[in-house]
Design a protein around this ligand. Structure first.
Ligand SMILES: O=c1ccn([C@@H]2O[C@H](COP(=O)(O)OP(=O)(O)O[C@H]3O[C@H](CO)[C@@H](O)[C@H](O)[C@H]3O)[C@@H](O)[C@H]2O)c(=O)[nH]1
Ligand SMILES: O=C(O)[C@H](O)COP(=O)(O)O
Length: 408
């Protein structure tokens, strides 16, 4: 890497992050100074309608790098709106490389900038993804949906495909500008949209060890974030030529489970379990028709027991349903089954050490790839999903849901 030349942009997507945005901007600035002391450096805050002091806090933070603010309204926008605005600004600034840091990360270190930037050196499109240790009660969308499904469809084992701390080189930014964007890519679908499209096109992905990730718990969003993530992932899967063969494991087995572990707030867990129970009662017939592996599920204190043995088969049922044109039903019903998988997993890992939890998750991804491979799924653009995003079958079941389809 020509460390002293070129344009490097760090983008920070934010909504209502006044407590943490300053620390992230300072870490970005210090990292840019260390990695590119003579470079043309910029930090871009992309804000979609914060109602707190996020923008003022960023504006009031002294930085050596150029400061840029990109703003959009709150309605009908999401994280993806901000990331895509950062992509646009990076192209306008002639960026040789772009990094993204979430605005709520409390463990961001200046060293992340150099490490991520170095990984995307080169003329061919390349994307850097983080490897960090995370609380065993978090990263559920990663662990039970995205990583196993990417392993199954693309034969790739990616530890943190939707972590949020990424880097891209200029060639990657140019390529990403050509990809079709479903509405959910404006929301929390953006991260998986980037990773899955990169895998679909066989672009190079590099995993960069970053230590630990400490941020706001994502769990209260468990009924809407995974739905948006699945929506984007399903669109990319449908645009994929075929289910790929498993690639050899590159960097060995995962080590992603932190020693720090804080169980989720029981009141939030109870509220979520109640909403999912009502959803499944209302959609029972349709769920069993689309997910044959659900027929043997037994009751559990939180709803249904979805253990590590049956989960890969349920994910394979979802891929089959998707490939047969049941986009919205497969997406929405899978969210309900997934919440039961998460709660069953918490029960399964009780008393296990981190390495044993990692082993459960590794096996789950491998078994998902085996289950999907056994179904003879045909992809290749035969069917497509709805470009517009709407909460679909979850309408009326999620007390947190937005009033309008696209808004988050
Ligand atoms: O409308 C929004 C919502 C969120 N964000 C920002 O996006 C980042 C991540 O959002 P957050 O709600 O903290 O996401 P997580 O719950 O941490 O979700 C994880 O999973 C998401 C879906 O893949 C990723 O987008 C995140 O980066 C990843 O940390 C933060 O800086 C937010 O301020 C926005 O810019 N606009
Ligand atoms: O990596 C993840 O899966 C996201 O942070 C979302 O986490 P959650 O599944 O715990 O909501």
């Amino acid at each position: 890497m020509t460390r002293n030349s070129g344009v490097t942009v760090v983008g920070i997507p934010a909504r209502d992050e006044e407590r943490t945005v300053r620390g992230v901007a300072e870490a970005a600035d210090a990292g840019l100074r260390l990695a590119f002391p003579h470079g043309d450096n910029a930090v871009v805050l992309a804000d979609n309608g914060s109602t707190d002091g996020t923008v003022a806090r960023f504006a009031g933070t002294p930085l050596r790098a150029r400061k840029v603010v990109a703003r959009s309204g709150r309605e009908g926008t999401g994280k993806g709106t901000n990331v895509l605005a950062v992509f646009d600004r990076a192209r306008e600034l002639g960026a040789d490389r772009l990094l993204l840091l979430d605005a709520d990360v409390r463990s961001a270190e200046p060293g992340w900038v150099g490490a991520l930037a170095e990984a995307v050196d080169g003329d061919e499109p390349v994307m850097a993804l983080p490897c960090y240790r995370r609380d065993r009660y978090e990263a559920n969308t990663t662990n039970h949906l995205v990583s196993p499904l990417l392993a199954a469809v693309y034969g790739a084992h990616v530890q943190q495909p939707i972590g949020g701390e990424f880097a891209f080189n200029r060639a990657f930014l140019e390529r990403a500008a050509t990809w079709e964007r479903p509405d959910s890519a404006q929301l929390y679908g953006i991260d998986v949209w980037l990773t899955a499209n990169a895998l679909r096109e066989g672009l190079r992905l590099v995993e960069v060890p970053l230590g630990r990730k400490l941020h706001n718990s994502p769990f209260p969003k468990i009924l809407r974030l995974p739905q948006q993530v699945l929506d984007s992932l399903f669109h990319v899967v449908l645009a994929t030529d075929r289910v790929r063969d498993a690639a050899p494991r590159g960097s060995g087995l995962r080590q992603a489970v932190d020693v720090a572990a804080v169980p989720q707030d029981p009141a939030v867990v109870a509220r979520v379990a109640d909403a999912v129970g009502r959803y499944l009662a209302a959609h029972r017939g349709d769920v069993l028709a689309l997910f044959p592996a659900a027929r043997g599920l037994v009751a559990a204190p939180w709803g249904l027991r979805v253990d590590a043995g049956v989960w890969p088969e349920l994910l394979a049922d979802a891929v089959v349903a998707l490939s047969e044109g049941w986009f919205t039903s497969a997406r929405d019903h899978l969210v309900a089954l997934y919440v039961n998988r998460v709660m069953t997993f918490w029960d399964e890992i009780e008393g296990l050490d981190g390495a044993a939890v990692d082993a459960v998750l590794d096996r789950q991804a491998v078994e998902t790839a085996r289950a999907v491979a056994g179904r003879g799924v045909e992809l290749g653009g035969r069917v497509t999903g709805p470009g517009a995003f709407h909460v679909g079958h979850w309408s009326g079941f999620n007390a947190d849901e937005p009033a309008r389809g696209l808004a988050v």
